[in-house]
Design a binder for this molecule. Structure first.
Ligand SMILES: Cc1cc2nc3c(=O)[nH]c(=O)nc-3n(C[C@H](O)[C@H](O)[C@H](O)COP(=O)(O)OP(=O)(O)OC[C@H]3O[C@@H](n4cnc5c(N)ncnc54)[C@H](O)[C@@H]3O)c2cc1C
Length: 370
């Protein structure tokens, strides 16, 4: 350690912890960042192979409606233009995503929005009661062809259960776009940091002292080194799971190198059938295309149950987990020195822009004077 005492101990070098560290340093505060993984950046971390930035914990595409957040990130790292236009693969047949006029043409040969609307309407399940499960919900919202071809298989692989055994609340709405437009996100600002997300994290943590391979929960004495602790890990592990374990869905990424210049022609291919065991294949070089690299890296995503040895990716926000999280949150509020932030400590899914926004908000609350 470079100092005997710090203003902040920041547990976790993900985007949340890194934004907070950056802002604290800008305000003249001292920070010590501890990270249990062997690298900085949390789930944004990129591994470089053959000059390609591999999104090691799954594809990350920055998108936001907020000009302020876009400007904030672009000042730290230059962003490359990237528009996400994923393709769905159902038993070898390809469909554009999100559901738009191209998709409807590929499904039915419909050409005008009116024809597509009529087709969807004719296929919708009409119930005179609320849908009881995700299968019914999907058929009501999307109609049979879209549900069976593009939603059902993917969702069942994602959750490891049949749609008929999943709650309808998982599928709140099915957005249709009656334009020929494959731009997945509706946000005006989209891109990927040039040179990968490590450039953004390195800029945020420039000047910070970072201890890698250090699990705070196994080194609790570190808290004595600082006035305040910002904890961005899982909230149940902070309390040694005393009230029970929170559930997550996890994923396994299988990384494959091909001696080819271009393997699938698109960054994101979703496999929506049930016979393919993975949900997505990500070809990383398409995030930041470069000529002259005669190799390519593809990661195949296999959803799986969470255990303590797996990565906690997606919270399962059902009643039991929500109640358990509230219990832990109340316990945390009694600890004067403790600040909680980020997707794990708040047991929520946040896109990157919301993560930056939330970290900046905490900075305002904790350091309003500066
Ligand atoms: C598969 C996947 C794909 C995604 N794709 C997108 C996307 O395309 N676009 C988008 O906007 N967002 C995406 N996200 C969301 C994005 O990853 C999050 O917004 C962001 O990572 C949140 O940052 P964080 O700092 O809260 O969490 P994390 O990135 O998880 O960082 C937390 C850090 O804390 C460390 N840590 C935890 N516990 C301890 C401990 N006890 N001691 C020390 N260190 C600890 C962890 O190792 C980790 O490095 C995706 C998320 C997932 C899971």
């Amino acid at each position: 350690m470079n100092k005997q005492h710090y203003d902040f101990l920041i547990v976790g070098s993900g985007l949340y912890g890194s934004v907070f560290a950056h802002e604290a340093m800008k305000r003249g505060k001292s920070v010590l960042v501890v990270e249990k993984r062997p690298h900085k950046g949390g789930n944004l971390y990129c591994l470089e192979r053959d000059g390609i930035q591999i999104h090691y914990y799954g594809a990350h595409i920055f998108h936001t409606k907020s000009k302020a957040i876009w400007d904030y990130c672009n000042e730290l790292s230059e962003f490359a233009f990237y528009i996400n236009s994923p393709v769905a693969n159902f038993n070898g047949r390809l469909y554009n995503l999100p559901f738009n006029m191209n998709t409807f043409y590929q499904l039915w040969g419909t050409v005008t929005p009116a024809q597509a609307m009529e087709k969807i309407e004719s296929q919708r399940l009409k119930l005179n009661r609320d849908p009881e499960n995700l299968e019914e919900q999907g058929l009501c919202l999307a109609g049979k062809d879209i549900f069976d071809t593009l939603i059902k298989g993917y969702t069942e692989k994602q959750w490891g259960r049949p749609c008929s055994a999943l709650p309808p609340s998982i599928l709140k709405r099915v957005p249709f776009r009656f334009r020929y437009d494959n731009n997945y996100f509706n946000d005006p600002y989209q891109g990927i940091p040039k040179g990968g997300y490590n450039t953004l994290i390195d800029a945020l943590l420039d000047g910070a002292e970072v201890l890698l391979n250090t699990d705070f929960n196994e080194n609790r004495q570190l808290a004595d080194l600082a006035d305040k602790v910002l904890y961005t890990g899982t909230i149940d592990s902070y309390f040694d799971f005393s009230e029970g374990e929170l559930n997550y869905r996890s994923e396994r990424f299988e990384l494959v190198r091909y001696d080819e210049e271009n393997h699938q022609g698109v960054a994101v291919m979703n496999y929506t059938d049930t016979k393919t065991p993975y949900t997505r294949a990500i070809e990383h070089k398409h995030f930041e295309p470069k000529d002259g690299i005669n190799a390519t890296w593809v990661s195949y995503e296999y959803p799986m149950e969470y255990s303590k040895s797996a990565e906690p990716y997606y919270p399962v926000n059902d009643q039991r987990n929500t109640r358990l999280y509230e219990t832990y949150k109340a316990m945390a509020q009694k600890e004067e020195k403790l600040l909680l932030g980020g997707r794990l400590a708040q047991y929520s899914y946040f896109d990157m822009d919301k993560t930056v926004e939330a970290a900046l908000k905490l900075v305002q609350q904790v350091m309003p004077e500066a």
